[in-house]
Design a protein around this ligand. Structure first.
Ligand code: ADP
Ligand code: MG
Length: 346
């Protein structure tokens, strides 16, 4: 099918306090900070680090991001993932970081009952989300490709990985979360105690603000993406949003097709949610969950949260309702006309 399409990229979460770029500034007498902008993983990233060693630390952080991109990318031909995807069923050796993210990713696929599945790549590819050659595949084609989707067939033994012939991996659902944690570690190793790492829809803070006050992190309104839906006041935390307004394509049929697919049928996940924000300690955990809970839809997401309760979440439904868990109740400021309800823990 020949289609014209529109691809729209919007940053879902942003640290409201971030302005300026690449310069060294003094915002008050004791608050020396530096900003660094990086484009990697198809995302505009901004990192602000405070303190005397901020410049050096940010240089190391950028190197780390570029390195992780070079091993996690599905398209860079020397990457670990590219090697695995072209292994035709044979075992390949990868770097420790790729082994680490794969072990965690497979765990999260199991924990989320396959709503997250990092073997979805053949299906994502057939939609053209990975190449910008968008098309709507027919159901028969998708059904055939789903034969090659099953995270439980991934075998990781130390740094040796094997996947069956025809299978292909994509870490897009959680690579930025892992990267935000890695950047936080690099900054801390370089003496930074206070920073905001903003990797598109992934925000990770380090410590508190230098004056001891809390960060303010804004989450976009999915129905009015120029504006914020809410502001969270928080200390060291990860805040990750997945939404159907982040990256989507409008077909000639006027329908929107977005980049988060439901592995149960290979079509864009359409289970009543337009945005899911996950708040927790680990960037990787929050990133993996934001994608999985979006696929689950409201009821299953609430059930999943009640069972685990080791994170907080803000759901926005397609009927314009906000629902959030009690952990963010005191730090949550609703900036919209939408109703906002707390989710009970039982
Ligand atoms: P983004 O990284 O665009 O902010 P997500 O973290 O939700 O958004 O990840 C979406 C990406 O994950 C897609 O671009 C695609 O590469 C991949 N993906 C889409 N659906 C799934 C899924 N159900 N399980 C695993 N990966 C997925
Ligand atoms: Mg994600």
């Amino acid at each position: 099918m020949n289609m014209t399409f529109k691809k729209i990229l919007i940053c879902a979460v942003c640290a409201v306090s971030l302005t300026g770029c690449g310069k060294r500034s003094i915002s008050s007498v004791e608050e020396i900070y530096s900003d660094r902008n990086v484009f990697a993983m198809d995302t505009f990233m901004t990192i602000r680090a405070y303190g005397d060693n901020a410049d050096e630390a940010l240089k190391s952080a950028e190197e780390k991001i570029k390195y992780l991109e070079s091993i996690f990318s599905v398209t860079i031909e020397e990457s670990d993932i590219y090697k695995i995807n072209n292994s035709h069923g044979s075992t390949v050796e990868i770097s420790p970081e790729t082994a680490e993210i794969l072990v965690e990713a497979v765990k999260m696929c199991g924990k989320t009952d396959g709503t997250l599945d990092i073997t979805l790549y053949p299906v994502l590819n057939s939609w053209g989300f990975t190449s910008d050659n968008f098309r709507i595949p027919d159901t028969k084609e998708i059904t055939e490709l789903l034969e090659y989707v099953d995270y439980s067939k991934i075998s990781v033994d130390g740094i040796r990985v094997t996947i069956p012939e025809g299978f292909q991996l994509d870490l897009g659902a959680l690579a930025k979360g892992y990267t935000s944690d890695a950047v936080a570690d690099v900054l801390r190793e370089n003496g930074v105690e206070s920073a905001v790492i903003n990797l598109g829809g992934n925000v990770r803070t380090l410590g508190k603000k230098p004056d001891g006050s809390l960060w303010k992190i804004a989450v976009r309104d999915p129905f009015d993406t120029e504006n914020d839906m809410c502001v969270l006041e928080t200390g060291e935390i990860s805040v990750v949003t997945s939404g159907n307004y982040e990256r989507y394509i409008e077909g000639d049929d006027g329908q929107r097709y977005w980049h988060i697919l439901d592995p149960s049928d290979g079509f864009p996940a359409d289970n009543g949610l337009v945005s899911v924000t996950v708040i927790g300690e680990s960037g990787l955990y929050c990133d993996a969950l934001s994608t999985a809970l979006f696929v689950m839809g409201e009821d299953r997401a609430v059930e999943f949260w009640r069972k685990n309760q080791d994170f907080d979440m803000i759901l926005v439904t397609d009927s314009h309702e906000i629902m959030y868990t009690s952990g963010v109740e005191n730090s949550f400021e609703n900036l919209t006309e939408m109703s906002a309800e707390v989710i009970d823990s039982d």
